[in-house]
Ligand binder design. Sequence first.
Ligand code: ADP
Ligand code: MG
Length: 703
Amino acid sequence: MMKDIPNMFGSMVFNDAVMRERLPIDIYEALKKTMSQGTHLELDIANVVANAMKDWAVAKGATHFTHWFQPMTGVTAEKHNSFISPYGEGKVIMDFSGKELVRGESDASSFPSGGLRATFEARGYTIWDITSFAFIKDNTLYVPTAYCSYSGEALDKKTPLLRSMQALDMQALRILRLFGNTSANRVIPMVGPEQEYFLIDKDMYLKRPDIMYTGRTLFGARPPKGQELEDHYYGNIKPRVAAFMRDLEEELWKLGVYAKIKHNEVAPAQHEFAPIYTTASIATDHNQLTMELMKSIANRHNLACLLHEKPFAGVNGSGKHNNWSISTDTGLNLVDPGETPYENAQFLLFLVAVIKAVDDYQDLLRVSVASAGNDNRLGANEAPPAIMSMYLGDELTEILEALESGEDYLSREKLSMEIGVMALPHIPRDSTDRNRTSPFAFTGNKFEFRMLGSALSIADPNIVLNTVVAEILRQFADRLEKAKDFNADLALLVKETFQNHKRILFKGNNYSDEWKADAMDRGLSNLETTVDALPVLVSDMSIELFASHKVFTEAELHSRYEILLEGYCKTIHIEALTLLDMVKTEIIPACIDYQNDLVSLLQAKLGFVYNFDYINYDDSLEHRILSNVSELSAGLLVRLDSLDGALALVDDEDDLLSRAAFYRDDVCAAISEVRHVVDELEGIVSRKRWPFPTYAQIMYSII
Ligand code: ADP
Ligand code: MG
């Protein structure tokens, strides 16, 4: 059956078209004004909107509503209420008031708040985010909200994201006005995230408690066939996977997500999804929805979707590419090189602003992607290192170099113009010179931030990106607004900025060891692990930056810092406990069983052999395997004790940062010691006795 996709698209969204159709015109206009200008929404207007929303939702089969928010756990939260309201004797009506739409109260003391919300004041409030459309999922009307404490501190990822967008808007508009642009009213960051994930058979998933509890395998010997043949990348999509992708796409279309691109990735069972880019806050909502739907739709197909950064050691991990640009409300992409001379000078200013922002705030960008999961991937040789650098492509680099040297560029035919009236050669959108190893690459008309882990909420890196670029634009605007000769000062500013920050530009192989040494010579940071990176969040530099742009207060930063450190410790702790449990209750017994098998065999053989001298007992196959397994198992026990011992010492560290460091150094080391022996045993113990599916069985489970 042919599907009517244009009609299906957004059919479950209370979007602009539905609003226009269902709201009285004055209400519609008041609402639009609130959306675009952030003006206060009167309760009587909210009442009309709520009622129209309810009627629309009920007509589509909804029975409940929920405020939908993004607490600092990194996943979304919801609390369902039904629309029913008592009406007369034993009867109900479907009801939804403006008050219920605009604000919700939740006793949410179990969400992490990092000390912002003392338990005696356990209330959190969800406030309607008018800029993101409500939608229906599973017979429930979802109202996107921000989430904050009684005194207004942000308890979520949405609030600071919206604040950072405002900061960027304000500073970018100042720059645009300097260039004589009076038509743009707003500047908006646009984001298109590419999402990697693994799909495995659900039966395999259910047989691996490590995947179920921690999202990744904690042991597993390398499969005989990995990604060496590179036959999976962009390869044929298997029918079961294709059916999943089709379903996912349709569900996302209904929710107004521009699901667009799908292909297989490098590792077996690995795939990628990308939507068409949109406003940063909406892209964030949509990416959360996408990740949730990936999991639930996979389940429907008897599959399991793994969003962890490194489900399988030694196999390509999963990341997320955050494609980012800034655009005016009139549709002008400010980081598009364009073709007209006038806009090119403006482009160059925005370009060097981003270069400076990435250089000045490399540590904050690094911390925005830090997580225990991503530590398994960043710095390994299939992902960017933990060192921030930027790739512009040859053409742009040459243009900036020419500008810097001054003498040179006059001799270049295509560049022999003065900045401000400079005709920049058109940058081919399909830049051929790509650098897949760069953590932050300019790709034609957007920047691609590639250090994100696959499970991360894209809110965090975008909050940082928006704010750091806002800060540099503020510095530029402060200077240029005072300029006596705008063009001259502009040219100087572009040149100086490039000169002072070109150390962040790198076009070579980011995965190489030489780069690490080179980066150190350049004075770039290398915050290798999450524990190294997190303190940056509460540094003076960070507090000053975020406070001055009203994105985070100092208290909010401290709360986030604590939550992230705690989250890190908990993640490693759960991994340790899961591993201990699996090894003690399944792997050790399997090793014992297998040894028993061998002993029985040996005994049987001995019983049959009359002339004992003729067989060399010690050299027999059974005995050799037996002593090998027995030796490894004994070693395993010792290592289990060390891991137990390390866990027992954790509480001696009373400072949160040193506890996290202890988890990273001691607990993780003990975990990998255990793992090492388990993987060796997996290669010896009979497959019949081995209690868990192997890497090969899991990764090639979909046929
Ligand atoms: P890649 O070659 O890295 O796979 P694609 O062309 O497939 O890149 O695009 C990746 C993502 O970048 C998509 O989500 C796309 O919508 C997004 N994108 C394209 N242009 C822009 C832009 N100007 N701003 C933000 N994102 C963009
Ligand atoms: Mg990409």
